[in-house]
Design a protein around this ligand. Structure first.
Ligand SMILES: NC(=O)c1ccc[n+]([C@@H]2O[C@H](COP(=O)([O-])OP(=O)(O)OC[C@H]3O[C@@H](n4cnc5c(N)ncnc54)[C@H](OP(=O)(O)O)[C@@H]3O)[C@@H](O)[C@H]2O)c1
Length: 239
């Protein structure tokens, strides 16, 4: 699949799933705009993407839990590349602890990033996606379908993304915008302070699996679009 001329904005793309997706996009000659909260991490990631890719890469620091920073990110991306074809809501934080340790500060930060950040990004990108007849990708989670103990704030935020995605599907379709909601199981990243496991550990997906699922959904012709993609490691699916 050639992505030449297609401009992607991927939030939270300096490591993990977002970074791997950005790598795939530039390898396929697409253009990527990325962000995270730390300018030095953005600079390192952009340098790497420019070195490996055939397509351009650009980024800036942006905390997606702040609407004015998201507005600025989208404005700057448009001023660099003139269009947005695919916007990937990916930036999120993880926290796993009993409810008694889920303080109001943690709750607020989780909802502001994992839910409001997705809304702000979709909102400020809307006119540009309308213009390109583009695609909004929401990286959700299987925790947005079935929750476990310790995930009260995280699962609440991801269930909310499931609701947001379902409500947006037809709404955006009427405006010529596709929506893809991706719900991975556990992925081998440092999300929520996890330690990276050996790649042969099949109880976790690799970030490449999620990146490939996004790109294969984007390759579908419009009427055949996969709107909700659930992915889990074989080792878990077989239980
Ligand atoms: N890993 C899993 O097991 C798993 C499973 C299912 C779904 N997911 C979902 O997949 C997505 C990516 O997860 P991941 O595993 O790739 O996480 P990750 O490795 O921790 O990467 C998260 C990225 O988001 C950035 N970020 C965090 N908060 C941000 C904010 N407020 N504004 C802007 N950027 C922010 C981080 O950079 P800074 O910290 O420097 O800002 C980093 O670049 C998330 O939506 C997550 O819920 C993950």
């Amino acid at each position: 699949m050639a992505l030449q001329g297609k401009v992607f904005l991927i939030t939270g793309a300096t490591r993990g799933i977002g970074f791997t997706l950005a790598e795939e996009v530039v390898r396929l000659r697409g253009t990527v705009c990325i962000c995270c909260r730390h300018q030095d991490h953005v600079d390192q990631a952009v340098e790497h993407l420019q070195a490996i890719g055939a397509g351009p890469a650009w980024g800036m620091a942006c905390d997606t839990s702040h609407p004015e920073q998201v507005e600025c990110l989208i404005r700057q991306a448009i001023s660099h590349f003139g269009r947005l074809d695919v916007v990937v809501n990916n930036a999120a934080i993880g926290f796993n602890a009993p409810f008694a340790e889920t303080t109001p500060d943690i709750w607020d930060q989780m909802i502001a990033t994992n839910l409001s950040g997705y809304y702000y990004t979709a909102w400020y990108a809307l006119e540009h996606l309308r213009h390109s007849r583009g695609t909004l990708v929401n990286i959700g989670s299987l925790s947005g379908k079935s929750a476990s103990m310790g995930e009260s704030a995280y699962a609440a935020s991801k269930f909310a993304i499931t609701g947001l995605s379902e409500a947006l599907l037809e709404d955006l379709a009427r405006q010529g915008i596709r929506l893809v909601h991706v719900m991975p199981g556990t992925v081998n990243t440092t999300f929520g302070g996890n330690a990276i496991q050996p790649r042969e550990d099949q109880s976790r997906l690799q970030p490449e699996h999620v990146a490939r699922a996004v790109l294969s959904a984007l390759a579908e012709p419009h009427p055949a679009l996969e709107t909700r993609i659930e992915i889990q490691p074989l080792a878990r699916a077989g239980r």
